[in-house]
Design a protein around this ligand. Structure first.
Ligand code: NQM
Length: 357
C-alpha cells in the first residue's frame, strides 16, 4: 500500500469573474518544478474535466495564487499568479491575473500576513509575474474580512463586498511594438500592454460582428487559425518571443458598443474565448482605445471626458478607470493610472489532498 498523500493548506476564492486556489508560499515547495508538479496534482491536471482535483475544467477556474509577505517596505505582500493547464501539464507564470488579484488582500488578512483596519484595509501588492504594483482596499468591519456587500459585477450572480484595486502605471511601454498600428498576418492591429499583453483587432477585419457567442467563436477553426497566426507574429514584435505555447498575448476583438459602453469585446485567452474579460485585459483594451491612430478609432465611442470606460463583454460589462498620458514631440503615449472595482468571496478554507504522484 502507498502512503496517503500529505495535505496542503489551501483556500478557494472567487476573485472577480475567476476562481482559484490560494496558497501561502511557505505551504508549497520552493523549487518551481516541484511546486508545479504538486499544483497539477491538486488541480487534477492534465484532464479536460479536472475530475480528480480542484480545477474547474476551464482556464478561468484553473488558477493559482501564491502569496507571501513582501521583503521590502513598499509593499505588504508578494503575489505570484500561476495559470495551470487544464488538459496540459503547463503551469505558467508568464501572465498576471487581475481577477485573482481581487482575492489576494482578503487572503492576506485571513492568513495573518496583514493587520486589518477596523473599517477597511488597504493591502499593497507586488505582482511578481510582472513586477508591477497594485493596492487593494476592501471592508474589514471589526477587523474581519467582509465578503457580503452590495457591489455587483457582470458575470457573477448576486452582490458582494467591493474590492477597489488601483494600479500605478506599469514599468514597461504601453505600445511594446513601438507603433500605434501594425499589420500582422494581413490584419491591422494595435498591440497594447497595460498590465496584460493584448492584441486589438476590429471584428469587421475578421468578418465578424463582434457580438457572437463565445461558444460559436470557439467552434470556428478558420478564426482559430487566424488568431494563432496573429499571436505568433505579435509575440515576436512585442518582445515576447515564441508564444505558440504561452497564454500571452491575448487577442481582443473590438466592435461598436451596443449597451451604452465604450466598446464591445470578445477576448481570446488565447484559445478559449473569455466569458467576460480579464481585469488587466480590460485595462489594456481601455488604454488601447485611447491611442490616437489605433484600431479602436472608428469602432469605440469614448466619453467626452473622464477616465471611466465601460468595456462590454459577452456577459455584461466591466467598468474601468484608465488614463493614457500623451507625450510631447510625437512620442508614443504611456499608461497612466488604472482603477477597477471587483469583488471576491471565500468559498472554502482547508486542506487539499493532491492526487498521488
Ligand atoms: O486580465 C483571464 C481572468 C483572466 C486574466 C485571462 C485577468 C486579467 O479573467 O487581469 O484577470 O486573460 O487569462 O481571470
Amino acid at each position: 500500500m502507498t502512503a496517503p498523500a500529505a495535505g496542503v493548506r489551501c483556500m478557494l476564492l472567487r476573485g472577480g469573474t475567476s476562481k482559484g486556489c490560494y496558497f501561502l508560499a511557505e505551504d508549497l515547495p520552493a523549487e518551481p518544478a516541484l511546486r508545479d508538479a504538486l499544483l497539477l496534482r491538486i488541480m487534477g491536471s492534465p484532464d479536460t474535466r479536472q475530475i480528480d482535483g480542484l480545477g474547474g475544467a476551464h482556464p478561468l477556474t484553473s488558477k493559482v495564487a501564491v502569496v507571501r509577505p513582501s521583503a521590502g517596505p513598499d509593499t505588504d505582500v508578494d503575489y505570484l499568479f500561476l495559470q495551470v493547464g487544464v488538459s496540459t501539464t503547463e503551469v505558467s507564470d508568464r501572465q498576471n491575473c487581475g481577477n485573482l488579484l481581487a482575492g489576494v488582500g482578503p487572503f492576506a488578512v485571513e492568513r495573518g500576513l496583514v493587520t486589518p483596519g477596523r473599517v477597511e484595509t488597504s493591502v499593497r501588492i507586488r505582482m511578481l509575474n510582472t513586477g508591477d504594483l497594485a493596492t487593494a482596499t476592501f471592508p474589514t468591519p471589526d477587523g474581519r474580512v467582509a465578503y457580503e456587500g452590495d457591489a455587483e459585477i457582470s458575470g457573477v450572480p448576486g452582490t458582494a463586498a467591493p474590492v477597489v484595486i488601483e494600479f500605478p502605471p506599469g514599468s514597461g511601454p504601453l505600445l511594446p511594438t513601438g507603433s500605434v498600428r501594425d499589420t500582422l498576418a494581413g490584419l491591422s492591429v494595435t498591440c497594447v500592454d497595460n498590465g496584460m499583453p493584448t492584441v486589438l483587432i476590429a471584428a469587421s477585419a475578421l468578418r465578424l460582428t463582434g457580438y457572437e457567442d463565445p461558444a460559436e467563436l470557439e467552434a470556428d477553426p478558420v478564426l482559430a487559425q487566424r488568431i494563432r497566426e496573429v499571436r505568433i507574429e505579435a509575440g515576436l514584435l512585442m518582445g515576447l518571443g515564441d508564444v505558440a505555447g504561452t497564454t500571452v498575448p491575448k487577442v481582443s476583438v473590438l466592435a461598436p458598443p451596443r449597451h451604452g459602453g465604450a466598446v464591445s469585446t470578445r477576448t481570446f485567452i488565447p484559445v478559449r474565448c473569455h466569458t467576460s474579460i480579464g481585469v488587466l485585459g480590460a485595462a489594456s483594451v481601455a488604454a488601447g482605445l485611447r491611442v490616437t491612430g489605433g484600431v479602436g478609432e472608428g469602432v469605440a465611442r469614448l466619453p467626452a471626458r473622464g477616465d471611466r470606460l465601460r468595456i462590454e463583454h459577452p456577459t455584461g460589462f466591466l467598468e474601468i478607470e484608465s488614463a493614457v498620458e500623451q507625450k510631447a514631440g510625437g512620442a508614443l503615449p504611456g499608461a497612466g493610472r488604472t482603477a477597477v472595482v471587483r469583488t471576491a468571496r471565500k468559498i472554502f478554507d482547508g486542506t487539499a489532498f493532491p492526487r498521488p504522484a
